[in-house]
Design a protein around this ligand. Structure first.
Ligand code: AMP
Length: 116
């Protein structure tokens, strides 16, 4: 499985950099975001290093489904019954700052639209 020792999220899933895990299995992990933008803000990430959404290939289809289903389960488990938002920033213009794909799960308040 691809790993990049220079990547923050690879180091977190490897256990060499600390983080608050809300979930972990063979393919996916959920971290609480260190700079929350809503009362509930978590990141669903693959254990495998995938740099951006642009690096996804057909072979990742099952992994992408796992990430989305994990996010939906997480929202349910954390009581976000009034609604929540899943955000995937891709590239510099979208504000991607960690180059290992991650699905933001935001909820616990009304979220404005359009985003900035
Ligand atoms: P993005 O801007 O979409 O790349 O999102 C990266 C997210 O990672 C931001 O919301 C950061 O607050 C979050 N983040 C950065 N470092 C950590 C960390 N060590 N543990 C958990 N979340 C982090």
């Amino acid at each position: 499985m691809a790993r990049d020792p220079a990547c923050l999220f690879c180091r977190i899933v490897a256990g060499t950099t600390p983080a608050e895990f809300l979930y972990r299995d063979e393919h996916t992990a959920v971290l609480r975001d260190v700079r929350p933008q809503a009362p509930f803000h978590a990141l669903v990430i693959p254990v495998e290093h995938v740099r951006t959404l642009d690096d996804l290939r057909e072979e990742h289809a099952a992994l992408v489904a796992e990430l989305v289903l994990r996010a939906v389960t997480l929202a349910r488990e954390h009581g976000l019954a009034e609604g929540y938002r899943l955000v995937w920033n891709c590239g510099a213009d979208a504000g991607q700052s960690v180059w290992h794909i991650h699905l933001h799960v935001l909820g616990g308040r009304a979220l404005a639209w359009p985003p900035g």
